[in-house]
Design a protein around this ligand. Structure first.
Ligand code: ADP
Length: 482
């Protein structure tokens, strides 16, 4: 089997050196499928973070002035290094995170695609010459790297969430201090190793692991960090937005979701079930764009539920590294308990379990892929994010009713709908208060399109031509006396 040890970095990258915590303290990293300890990472805090920020700040002075084609070439090298080591990086990802290996391979491939995309996009990051109101003046709008970037990433996509931030930051000429999630630090640290191998200068990419509060605190307090990009919970995101006020940092926030998935009577049933399976059970339901609520029109409801039950029952649950496995373990026991609470809350309010519903026979944090029907608006999952392998099915009658129900949440990240009515597609586009809308598609993320939420799901876009904007400052220069 492929070996990931050459990318298992058990120290932090600060100013071009691989170092431990000042205290010498470490944190164990475990494999959620087996409970075994994979290794340790430094338990760093504010001191080490401040050194990383200083290194990034130093490096910014030269990196931000490098030739564009030099940065593009390094990014192309990074793309190739990711793809050349896809198997090892995917195995490392599955080992620390749990997702099936085929999903981890896909995640590494999309990482490489993001890096390539931003290497291409930066060459088109044009400014403007604006018509001047008078002959003796010329008005120029120019774009510049925003400065040192703090990047805080979650455990569910430990590699690709960093790719979306590092890609545009490095392309734009920014330097980075990254803090990967404590549960999955190795995929983040591997980026440090890759960047080093490819030839990025010391201090351009720094990666610190340890106390979220201390590292996050140092990043948020530092006047040298000009931008913070965060993917994680709405609760922590709000806290970071508040903290950003003291130094007026730019912030990009990819926060929680509560995706509706609407199936209309005129939908292609098989396509809808296929899309539902991807949108619900990918990464064991632990993505911010995973379906939280299925709204199924009454005419197709029973047929959809029957097929969804059948497909859910057929999912192969096991250790993600094993061939054929489609559902790995959940990230930790707290995640399992949260799903159990959603199920018991729903059952207490009249829902019915039609598939699964309990911990899986594999033990540990494995959970049975579950379907419940008879869901209603008073159940907790109607407004809260499930983040687990639980499909909740609501029944509806009219289009307006479905759109109103879909919007009845503080979140606004992803929404899905299956219909063959073209007029309805446009009504959905107008009516759904969501930043990402999949029509007849359950998986829509792609590097070419802007990913980002409305309402409390966040601000800023990742990917697409828009994905660079947050890493570039706009300056206006007026040249008079021409
Ligand atoms: P999740 O539920 O996906 O873990 P969190 O918002 O808790 O979402 O965590 C996402 C990332 O934010 C992780 O890297 C985590 O360590 C970090 N984090 C958690 N708390 C804080 C905090 N107070 N300040 C900065 N970062 C934090």
């Amino acid at each position: 089997m492929t070996d990931f040890t050459s990318y298992l970095q058990q120290s932090n990258l600060i100013g071009g050196a691989w170092v431990g915590a000042d205290s010498g303290k470490t944190i164990d990293v475990t494999n959620p499928a087996t409970g075994e300890v994979i290794g340790t990472v430094p338990n760093c805090g504010a001191e080490e973070s401040n050194r990383a920020i200083a290194a990034a700040s130093d490096a910014f002075r030269s990196w931000s002035k490098t030739d564009l084609l030099y940065r593009v070439k390094l990014l192309q090298g990074l793309h190739d290094a990711l793809m050349d080591n896809q198997e090892a990086l995917a195995l490392l990802l599955t080992t620390e995170q749990g997702k099936p290996l085929f999903e981890a391979r896909g995640e590494i491939a999309i990482c490489a695609a993001y890096v390539r995309w931003f290497a291409e996009e930066i060459r088109r990051a044009k400014g403007e010459i604006v018509p001047s109101p008078s002959q003796d003046r010329r008005l120029l709008v120019t774009r510049h790297p925003v400065g040192v970037v703090g990047a805080i990433t979650p455990w569910n996509f430990p590699s690709s969430m960093l790719a979306r931030k590092l890609g545009p930051a490095l392309a734009a000429g920014c330097t980075v201090v990254a803090k990967p999630a404590t549960a999955t630090p190795y995929s983040g640290l591997a980026w440090g190793k890759l960047c080093e191998e490819v030839g990025f200068p010391a201090g351009v990419v720094n990666i610190v692991t340890g106390s979220a509060r201390a590292i996050g605190g140092a990043i948020m307090e530092s006047p040298e960090i000009r931008k913070v990009t965060f993917t994680g919970s709405t609760e922590i995101g709000k806290q970071l937005i508040r903290q950003s006020a003291a130094t007026v940092k730019k912030v990009s926030m990819e926060l929680g979701g509560n995706a509706p998935f609407i199936v209309f009577d005129d939908a292609d049933l098989d396509a809808a079930v296929e899309g539902a399976m991807i949108a619900k059970f990918r990464n064991m339901g632990q993505t911010c764009v995973c379906t939280n609520r299925f709204y199924v029109q009454s005419g197709i409801h029973d047929a959809f539920v029957a097929k969804l039950k059948e497909a859910t029952a057929a999912l192969v649950v096991g250790n993600g590294v094993e061939e054929g496995v489609q559902q790995g373990p959940m990230i930790d026991m707290a995640a399992v308990e949260k799903v159990e609470e959603f199920i018991s809350d729903a059952i207490g309010k009249g829902a019915t379990i039609v598939e699964g519903g309990k911990r899986h026979g594999n033990g540990g944090t494995f959970f049975e892929p579950t379907v419940v029907t008879g869901a209603t608006a008073d159940m907790a999952f109607a407004t809260e994010e499930i983040f687990g392998p639980l499909a909740a099915v609501f029944k509806f009658e009219e289009e307006d009713e479905a759109i109103a129900a879909a919007n009845a949440t503080d979140f606004g990240l992803a929404a899905y709908a299956y219909t063959r009515d073209v007029g309805r597609v446009f009504r959905l586009n107008d009516g759904l208060e969501y930043g990402l809308i999949g029509i007849n598609a359950g998986l829509i993320t792609t590097v070419e399109a802007p990913f980002g939420g409305l309402k409390e799901s966040g601000m800023g876009k990742e990917g697409g031509s828009q994905g660079l904007d947050d890493y570039l400052e706009t300056k206006y220069v007026c040249v008079a006396g021409v």
